[in-house]
Design a protein around this ligand. Structure first.
Ligand SMILES: *[C@@H]1O[C@H](CO)[C@@H](O)[C@H](O)[C@H]1NC(C)=O
Ligand SMILES: *[C@@H]1O[C@H](CO)[C@@H](O)[C@H](O)[C@H]1NC(C)=O
Ligand SMILES: *[C@@H]1O[C@H](CO)[C@@H](O)[C@H](O)[C@H]1NC(C)=O
Ligand SMILES: *[C@@H]1O[C@H](CO)[C@@H](O)[C@H](O)[C@H]1NC(C)=O
Ligand SMILES: *[C@@H]1O[C@H](CO)[C@@H](O)[C@H](O)[C@H]1NC(C)=O
Ligand SMILES: *[C@@H]1O[C@H](CO)[C@@H](O)[C@H](O)[C@H]1NC(C)=O
Length: 509
């Protein structure tokens, strides 16, 4: 095996960045695509945090003839000290690219980086500007661009542009995304197994047609029970669950390590009085039932489970059970916009529909229709990763157990399915759960410090990550996140230090 440093030297001597202009960077070739415009402009004074970045800013505009789409791809190429790598930057919600600062961060790290808009506005919370065509029907071409097609296009565009600018392609290519970015990473592994060598796909929005509809469940149960608890009430119930189960792992750190084992019953909080900004409010039985049903997850009319719920400890008042109140006893529900948008635009094709009035039967039909029509397009749940494995690809996912918008159980389910097809899944794909961490960031748990570096080490040095080092946001505690399904066990010593823990089988504690 050629070591990375030797390869790096070889490439370094072979790399001469050419002019940042269309004379050296020619039009890339895109499957079924036609380039409409390519611009290349040097950027010499881009401020990112405390550094000034110098790079070549390439923008490619293209269409898929017959699809009536127009896609913008941005490639940023460091003017010097390129690390020979490409990074693909992922999206969030309905946006194919989360933030331009992700491009800057990658360039600051020496990467050439690519982002695509997939043919629509970079707006994570709403699909208003693109979901429906002039006739009011779902724009299937733009949905396919968003779901899969534009992701592979962007990788191919970037590789061609890199070859033009540096004289050769990237030595290694990496995907880096969370949420929609995580889904995009898994879509690439499933459908375009040679696009990237290494993929970091965190808190992935896989199973999209199911979980996005199930994200409306908290609002649905509030409407059914005619109880819209203010945030102080849902926060108090979450806090009571954390208090009750925090110590189960031997350490009081405000984090439930294994929400599955937490038997806390929200009904024990009924009649408890809490301080809602100075006003005393008693928790009602329906408030507690709302929380119980949110943790339980979406069910069909006959009571069968349709999808998972949030884990105990995930904040309800900042994700799926948001309410807007004029006083603690007078609140209305505020749906998570990605979920209500998906249902009204992509399922009902009626942006002004009033979802507060839907019956359980209607809601179940929406779920079933969403799966039937959209699983083949954006389900991103094909567990057959054999082509990616064959190509030598390496995949890492971490998912916070206090995720307030994407149910971690969906990620576990997918991982289990991949393992069922291929018992040696750990040779190419590893999953790490992060107790107490919210959606992609935040929460009281330890957040992986540099998970992309773990993917790079796996791809380039063959060092598979056994654990991911995590740190709490305030920097006070560190933890080794365990490879699923292992769990972190406290061994004794300084409970704030990662070295005081080991990863063990859940049953072994
Ligand atoms: C930027 O520089 C200031 C002053 O030196 C420092 O306090 C801060 O932490 C730096 N920020 C980053 C993101 O490096
Ligand atoms: C890169 O070029 C595009 C197209 O000209 C432009 O819209 C964008 O603002 C440029 N980005 C930077 C950082 O200069
Ligand atoms: C209730 O909370 C308010 C702030 O929201 C605080 O000023 C007040 O002291 C609290 N009252 C009690 C009895 O704790
Ligand atoms: C309940 O509904 C689910 C979903 O429609 C269906 O698959 C299942 O067969 C039903 N079970 C019973 C006992 O009717
Ligand atoms: C509840 O709030 C709404 C709007 O904020 C207001 O119109 C209504 O009068 C309030 N109801 C009560 C009982 O306070
Ligand atoms: C998995 O996909 C490969 C092609 O990538 C195919 O050859 C193989 O039969 C599939 N395996 C299963 C179990 O479907």
């Amino acid at each position: 095996m050629v070591t990375a440093s030797v390869a790096g030297l070889w490439f370094a001597s072979a790399t001469h960045a050419s002019d940042c202009s269309t004379s050296s960077i020619s039009n890339p070739s895109i499957p079924h695509g036609q380039v409409l415009d390519l611009s290349a402009t040097p950027v010499n004074n881009y401020n990112y945090q405390n550094s000034t970045l110098e790079f070549c800013n390439v923008t490619v505009i293209y269409t898929h003839p017959g699809w009536n789409d127009m896609i913008y791809v941005n490639v940023w190429l460091p003017s010097s000290n390129w690390n020979q790598r490409l990074q693909g930057a992922g999206g969030g919600g309905f946006s194919a690219l989360d933030s331009v600062s992700d491009l800057a961060k990658a360039v600051a790290g020496g990467y050439a980086v690519v982002g695509t808009d997939a043919g629509h506005e970079l707006n994570p919370a709403s699909s208003d500007s693109w979901s429906l065509d002039e006739s009011g029907k779902v724009n299937m071409a733009l949905l396919k661009d968003f779901a899969s097609v534009a992701l592979n296009d962007a990788a191919l565009v970037a590789k061609d542009v890199i070859s033009g600018f540096y004289g050769h392609g990237p030595r290694y290519s990496y995907w880096n995304g969370c949420s929609t970015g995580g889904r995009q990473g898994l879509m690439l592994a499933q459908r375009y197994p040679t696009a990237y060598d290494g993929i970091l796909a965190n808190a992935p929005a896989i199973n999209w047609p199911k979980f996005i509809v199930a994200e409306y469940w908290p609002q649905f149960v509030m409407n059914q029970l005619k109880s819209h608890p203010p945030s102080c009430v849902t926060d108090a119930i979450t806090a009571a669950a954390v208090k009750s189960c925090d110590g189960d792992d031997g350490v009081k750190d405000g984090v439930i390590s294994e929400p599955d084992r937490c038997q806390f019953d929200p009904l024990t909080t009924v009649n408890q009085e809490i301080n809602c900004s100075g006003q005393t409010v008693a928790i009602t039985r329906n408030d507690a039932l709302v929380v119980q049903k949110i943790w339980d997850g979406m069910r069909s009319v006959n009571g069968s489970s349709l999808w998972y719920g949030l884990e105990k400890g995930a904040p309800l008042s900042s994700g799926l059970a948001i309410t807007t109140c004029s006083s603690p006893s007078n609140c209305t529900g505020t749906p998570f916009p990605i979920s209500s948008d998906w249902i009204s635009q992509f399922i009902l094709e009626n942006p002004s529909v009033d979802l507060t009035q839907i019956s359980h039967e209607q809601y179940q039909r929406i779920f079933e229709y969403s799966c039937k029509k959209y699983d083949p397009i954006i389900g991103t749940n094909n567990p057959n990763l054999s082509a990616f494995k064959q190509a030598g690809g390496k995949l890492v996912t971490w998912h916070g157990l206090a995720d307030q918008v994407i149910f971690p159980k969906g990620t576990e389910k997918y991982y289990n399915e991949v393992e069922e097809l291929d018992p040696s899944v750990r040779d190419f794909y590893r999953l790490f759960l992060a107790p107490g961490v919210q959606h992609c960031e935040g929460g009281d748990g330890a957040i992986p410090v540099d998970p992309l570096e773990s993917v790079v080490n796996w791809v380039e040095r063959g060092v598979a990550p056994e654990t991911l080092l995590g740190k709490t946001e305030d920097g006070s505690r560190s933890r080794k996140l365990c490879q699923y399904p292992l769990v972190s066990v406290y061994l004794g010593g300084d409970s704030r230090d990662a070295s005081s823990y080991a990863c063990k089988e859940a049953s072994a504690r």
